[in-house]
Design a binder for this molecule. Structure first.
Ligand code: NAP
Ligand code: NAG
Ligand code: NAG
Ligand code: NAG
Length: 318
C-alpha cells in the first residue's frame, strides 16, 4: 500500500515537472521571438540574402506593408498584383519614400499555369533575397457555407489558384537561384485558420493549411542549403479583407504588423507575426477549440460570433 502510494506520488511529481518545463519552454520561446529586441536580426542580415524582394498582392494591406518595410530595410522591391495603376502608384511611393529601385509585374493569380511565364521573365535577371507569398483571397467576405454563393465552381477555382497555386509556383520560380547562391528567405502569409479545419471558412482555411504544411516540408528540404522558410499566421489585421469587421479600429494596422513580423525572421519558422496576434490566436483556440468548431454546434456559434463582429449590412445583400 505504502509503496504504491510512493510510486503514485513520484509519477505525479514527474508529471508536474514535465508540465512546468513545457510551460517554461512556451513562455521562453514567446519572449525570445516577440519581446527581446537584442536578438533580432538587423537590416544588414536581411540585405545580405540578395538585393531584391518580391511581394505578391503588394498594393494594399499586409503585402503593401511588407513591400514598404522591406524597402525601408534596404531592399529593392518587385510588386506583383492585378491593377497596373495601383502597382505604378505604389512603386513610385516606395521609390520616393525609401529611395529603392522597384519593378512592377501585372498578374492575376486566379489564373492557372499560363500566368507564370510572364512572371518568370519579369524576374529573370534579379538577385532575389526575399519572396513574400502574400496574395490571398477569402471565399466570401463573411462566414458562409460552401453553397451560399451563386458561382461556387468559379470561386473555388479562384481561391485555390490564388491561395495555393501562387505560393507553390512562385516558390518554384525563385527557389533555384536561392539554392545555388545558398541564401534566401521565403515568407508565406497564411492565417490562424491553418491549424484546424474551419467550418464557414472551409476553402480558405484548407488553402491556408496547404500553405503551412507545404512551407514546413519545403523548409525542411532546403534549410541545409541556406534557404529560410517562414510561415506567418496572423489572426486579424486591418486591411480590405477585414473591411466588414465592426471593431476595425481595434485591429492592428498592416504597417505595424509587417514591421513586427519581419523582426521575427531568422528567429522562428512559424509565427503569428507578433505578440498581439499570438495572444489572439491562443485565446481563440482556448474559447473555440478545433473539436468544438467541428461539432454540429460549431458553425452556429461561429455564425453568432461573426454576426456580432460584422457591420450591419443592407438587408438585400444577404
Ligand atoms: N487581413 C487579415 O486579417 C488577414 C488575416 C489572416 C491572413 N491574412 C492573409 O494575408 C494576406 C494578405 O491579405 P490582406 O488582408 O492584406 O488583403 P488585401 O488588403 O485584400 O490585399 C490584397 C492584395 O492582393 C492583390 N490581389 C488580390 N487578388 C489578386 C489576384 N487575383 N491576383 C493578383 N493580385 C491580387 C490586391 O491588389 P489588386 O487588387 O491590384 O490585384 C492587393 O494588393 C492574404 O493571404 C490573407 O489570406 C489576412
Ligand atoms: C485600378 O485601381 C484604380 C485606383 O484604385 C481604380 O480607379 C481602377 O478602376 C482600377 N482598375 C481596374 C481595372 O480595376
Ligand atoms: C511556402 O514556402 C515554401 C518554402 O519554400 C514553398 O515551397 C511553398 O511553396 C510556399 N508556399 C506554400 C503554399 O507552402
Ligand atoms: C498539416 O499541418 C498541421 C499543423 O502543423 C498538422 O497538424 C497536420 O497533421 C498536417 N497535415 C498533414 C496532412 O501533414
Amino acid at each position: 500500500m505504502e509503496s504504491e502510494w510512493d510510486s503514485l506520488s513520484a509519477l505525479g511529481a514527474v508529471t508536474a515537472v514535465c508540465l512546468l518545463l513545457w510551460a517554461t519552454w512556451g513562455v521562453g520561446c514567446t519572449v525570445y521571438v516577440y519581446l527581446l529586441p537584442p536578438v533580432r536580426r538587423g537590416a544588414p542580415w536581411l540585405r545580405a540574402h540578395g538585393a531584391w524582394a518580391v511581394v505578391t498582392g503588394a498594393t494594399s494591406g499586409i503585402g503593401k506593408a511588407y513591400a514598404h518595410e522591406l524597402a525601408r530595410r534596404g531592399l529593392n522591391v518587385v510588386l506583383i498584383s492585378r491593377n497596373l495603376s495601383k502597382l505604378e502608384h505604389e512603386a513610385k511611393e516606395i521609390e520616393r519614400l525609401h529611395g529603392r529601385v522597384t519593378r512592377v509585374i501585372q498578374a492575376d493569380f486566379t489564373g492557372g499555369l499560363e500566368i507564370y511565364a510572364a512572371i518568370r521573365t519579369g524576374l529573370r535577371d534579379l538577385e532575389i533575397g526575399v519572396l513574400v507569398n502574400n496574395v490571398g483571397m477569402l471565399y466570401e467576405n463573411t462566414l458562409v457555407r460552401l453553397l451560399d454563393r451563386e458561382d461556387v465552381a468559379k470561386r473555388l477555382s479562384d481561391v485555390i489558384n490564388c491561395n495555393i497555386m501562387s505560393v507553390a509556383q512562385m516558390t518554384a520560380i525563385v527557389l533555384p537561384q536561392m539554392v545555388s547562391r545558398r541564401k534566401g528567405i521565403i515568407i508565406n502569409i497564411s492565417s490562424f485558420t491553418d491549424k484546424k479545419p474551419c467550418p464557414l471558412l472551409s476553402a480558405y482555411a484548407a488553402s491556408k493549411a496547404f500553405v503551412r504544411n507545404f512551407s514546413q516540408a519545403v523548409g525542411a528540404e532546403y534549410c541545409s542549403q541556406g534557404v529560410i522558410v517562414q510561415t506567418v499566421s496572423p489572426f486579424m489585421i486591418e486591411s480590405s479583407l477585414t473591411k466588414d469587421v465592426k471593431y476595425r479600429t481595434l485591429l492592428l494596422s498592416s504597417e505595424d504588423f509587417a514591421r513586427q513580423a519581419l523582426d521575427t525572421l531568422g528567429l522562428t519558422s512559424q509565427t503569428a507575426g507578433c505578440f498581439h496576434q499570438a495572444v489572439l490566436n491562443a485565446l481563440l483556440a482556448l474559447l473555440l477549440p478545433g473539436w468544438f468548431r467541428l461539432s454540429r454546434w460549431g458553425p452556429k456559434c461561429l455564425l453568432l460570433l461573426s454576426n456580432a463582429m460584422a457591420k450591419a449590412k443592407p438587408a438585400h445583400k444577404r
